[in-house]
Design a protein around this ligand. Structure first.
Ligand SMILES: C[S@@+](CC[C@H](N)C(=O)[O-])C[C@H]1O[C@@H](n2cnc3c(N)ncnc32)[C@H](O)[C@@H]1O
Length: 320
């Protein structure tokens, strides 16, 4: 599928001021933006890095790659783009021996992706079941919806969407696809609606009954949790001592991973408490910069409702 670059579609960066305050980019620093998107965070970072700084941007979506060209021409620092999955990009940078002052990830999908109706990320538009961030990837939403067995679908809806009617929705999808494969987002929305009791649907108010299932399928199609698990240690490896890592997440399972990753590195001695002296010799690798997750202000949420579930966690790599 050809993906159009529509400059009217844009993305408002979330927790942008907070990310900059905490990661504190300096003139001449080297930074990695692992999730370039529309370059909202990258632009703020690039301005801080100035002409002597370097910013490496990564994104697996070709629309982000197209946006990058315009961005690179406008910002003062040296730039480079890696059109690939971020853990692959970080591995490549580590192999090149790059050491950076800051690295950050702003997870999930961009508004540009959600608003590109033809890509099937949104339940609000009728489109082919796709949801791939990287359109060259094989697995798409159509395959998940039509080929995964009922139990696997239900598990995904429950685990990644917190969907209370996971089993019923999975059963309805399997029943419908026996007659003909589900091809479009509207067919999927119809199946979801048919599986959720009408009185419950009325409770959704302005919410959408398909929101959780769409989120779950998107996470599965793009292996979002697996990518994050691989990326965090790689990003940590490329940080030089004193370097800062920031993670903005939109899902509790992502936030839990970021929180645990940072807490593990921030922990010193792990000897049993009844030992009189430390025998493990372990010292903290990280200074935790966010003792609790930083969340958007009510004002930011009012201006940009997509910020609602965002959480930022950050850490500094301590000097060896
Ligand atoms: C929330 S948006 C980032 C928006 C960006 N910070 C901005 O201010 O414009 C997330 C971006 O990360 C990309 N992305 C998500 N997971 C990725 C992964 N595993 N590898 C590479 N890119 C990824 C998506 O394609 C999307 O463009």
């Amino acid at each position: 599928m050809a993906i159009l670059l529509d400059m009217t579609r844009t993305h408002v960066p979330v927790l942008a001021g907070e990310l900059i305050d905490i990661l504190d980019p300096h003139p001449g620093d080297t930074a990695i933006d692992c999730t370039f998107g529309a370059g909202g965070h990258a632009r703020l970072v690039a301005e801080r890095l100035g002409a002597s700084g370097t910013l490496v941007c990564i994104d697996r979506d070709p629309v982000a790659a197209q946006r990058f060209d315009e961005f690179a021409a406008e910002v003062p620092c040296e730039t480079r783009f890696l059109a690939m999955e971020f853990s692959e990009g970080l591995r490549l940078l580590r192999e090149e021996g790059l050491h950076v002052d800051l690295a950050y990830l702003d997870l999930g999908v961009s508004s540009m992706q959600l608003d590109a109706w033809e890509r099937g990320f949104s339940y609000s538009y009728d489109a082919p079941l796709d949801m791939r961030m990287d359109p060259d990837q094989e697995l798409d939403a159509r395959e998940v919806v039509n080929e995964w067995d009922e139990r696997r679908l239900a598990n995904a809806f429950r685990s990644y969407g917190d969907e209370r009617f996971a089993r019923q929705i999975a059963r309805e999808i399997v029943k419908r696809r026996r007659k003909a494969p589900l091809e479009t987002t509207s067919e999927l929305v119809d199946a979801i609606r048919a599986a959720i009791p009408a009185p419950v649907q009325r409770e959704f108010g302005r919410g959408h009954p398909a929101k959780r299932v769409f989120q779950a399928i998107r996470i599965v199609v793009n292996d979002e949790l697996g990518s994050l698990d691989q990326a965090l240690p790689l990003a940590w490896d490329v940080l030089r001592p004193g370097g800062r890592l920031g993670v903005i997440s939109f899902h509790s399972l992502e936030d839990r991973r970021a929180k645990r990753f940072i807490a593990d590195r921030g922990r010193g001695c792990i000897c049993p408490p009844d030992l009189p002296v430390c025998v493990c010799g372990r010292t903290p690798e990280a200074e935790v910069l966010t003792s609790r997750a930083v969340v958007p202000t009510p004002g930011e949420i009012a201006d940009n409702p997509r910020a609602k579930s965002a959480k930022l966690r950050a850490a500094r790599k301590v000097d060896a």
